[in-house]
Design a protein around this ligand. Sequence first.
Ligand code: ZN
Length: 768
Amino acid sequence: MKIFKLLCLALLFTSVSTYAQIDTKPDRKPGHVNTNKFRQLYNEFSTPNMYRSASGAPGVAYYQQQADYKMNIELDDLNAKISGDEVITYTNNSPDVLTYLWLQLDQNMRAKDSKSPLIESRGVAKATSTSQFASDYLTQEFDGGFNILEVKDVSGKSLTYTINQTMMRVELPQPLKSGEKFSFSIKWWYNINNHIKDGGRSGYEYFPEDGNRAYVIAQFYPRMAVYNDVEGWQNSQFWGRDEFALPFGNYEVNITVPADHILDATGKLMNRKEVFSKKMLQRYEKAKKSFDEPVLIVTQEEAEKAERGFSKAKKTWKLYAENVRDFAFATSRKFIWDMMAVKVGDREVMAVSLYPKEGNPLWEEWSTKVVASTLKSYSKMTFDYPYHKAISVHADRQGMEYPMICWNYGRPEKDGTYSDRVKYGMMGVIIHEVGHNFFPMIVNSDERQWTWMDEGLNTFLQYVAEQDFGEAYPEALSPNDKKFPSRRGPAVNIIPYMEGNQDYIAPIMSKGLNTYQFGNNAYGKPATALNILRETVMGRELFDYAFKEYARRWMFKHPTPEDFFRTMEDASAFDLDWFWRGWFYTTDWVDIGIKEVTKFYVSSEPNQYMKDVAARRGLDINNLSPMVFMVEEGADELTETIKSGIQAEDIPTLQEYLMDNFTKEERQNIITPKYFYNVIFEKPGGLVMPIIVQYNYVDGTSKTETYPAEIWRLNDRQVSKAIPSQKEISSIVVDPNNETADIDTSNNAWPKRIEQSQFDSFKSKVQE
Ligand SMILES: [Zn+2]
């Protein structure tokens, strides 16, 4: 059966294309450059080396620096100030000799002399919200930024340092050789910003009803910059939007806050018995064994009681974190606290939530369960969550991640009611921010350079985790929803962005600061691209294996984009240069359609086409080598006999061929297609993608065929397929399940779908 099919195809197309080539003049153009979309990304990718191998794995000489911190921090709740001293021990694991160290002073973005506001191109807005107007023109500039009091070596000698905006260079007394450590100390303080009023990824919210603040504190200490084989010292300033690049290290942190505060942070609490009441300790023991429902460590009643006081006494919370890239904490006397245990592989992890009463009833109901579900989903797709806890803190209008702890929005109305938008928004942001523990907190990419490496990969997994959560907790969904209504991930959701104005679209492979439409560029598009790669191009099994391999290879290390691209190919045997090039390096979009479908019937008599060729080339029509001919639907020469479907046995040359080349048995198994279709697929869109085609037959059956992307390797505009069929085709549909983000589906069907005229749709609307 196969053989006969092939034979027909070969005859139809060798004959047509051979003569066509002879009869047309070749198109000669000078200065040809290779623009083939399947060429390897040798120009775009950095060359593999001893640090980063061609497979996408860390190379034999891979290294990373280490920064260990010992810090004493004190919060002045009355004046909203924070001060601290830190001892940093920096280990130079690089083969290079260093003469200075660079630190990041991110708080300086809020300093009065900050240049961040100066790089924004913003004229007078003709209409502004009152709050925006007030913050733009009426309020005093906030007096933020680090006040560096001293920088000293371990012997107490001052070190020379230079501050350039948000970065600080410390001169080393002696060059730091490969393998050596250097310890030094910094003392500092700053005014804490109100993150609701002044913005920022940390700060406090003030609650006028009870006069308290809830603090979510991060980027609060001078942090070591990354030094590596790719960038040297990371030297890109913090302008406010791009996030961070940080080395791993161990943190010993003592945080002193008012005695009536509840605090949680990155790291293990080392003095639980000192800071917990007896009741809290008992509840904590119960929570460690509760795998289905969170246990309250601090109840709403207790939090409301604390709100009414203001303790002058102090309490120090001692934390220790191993192998983390950052440290953050949340503290307030307003916090309600709950926890539950979650099994991740053979480990038991605590899922934790901190929230003021303003978060209830939504937060007590869902936050901790969302955390637990997220840890399971992400662990399944990557590696078992290696830390001992994950905390979700409720902070209005925040969505921000740190190791083991994150801030999340989603606040009900004052009367406790909330819309679906608030509920799903809250669940989605918790999944997202808890998910960031994996990317970039553990798979530690450079967020300052490549926003998509953490946001895109994380948003992709957020989609997977949201769907898992909806399945695990159907009672969390609204009555009309059968599954979690994910905003990003499904292919169709990215279409409005992909078909938008090209002046305001940048390739994914752009530095975050320099992209338009940040959310679509760094979150939505890469997440969708990976979802399409998983579902449509590679299949779940191969994709998931390779994705997991990437996560495992770069767990607690610093990957680059190439390490991701290369690993995905290396572990799956998919040559994906065309995919990375199109989706990540260009702003092209998907548009694949059907240009033309022609129906043919087989004939034993030379057709008009052959007669024309013979006449033109002076061939004897009666003396050709054995051939089979095709007659097009609608042609004058199409007789009723041909149309009724000539069988193989009716074609003498074919009979002879079969007699000569097939055994009797093989001949019995031959089946004969009755209909032949020449389908021309077109690709007005620049992106190369597989063609997913559904063939529907007159008898009501259908068949789906996926032509791999490589079908476009020799012609980027259109390709043809001969479709032999025993059954008559009634219609053909490209991308029938809308899985490729095709921006124009008007060319996706044959015969063309009858689009409702504007008048008809107007009429039907009026009738409704
Ligand atoms: Zn994010």
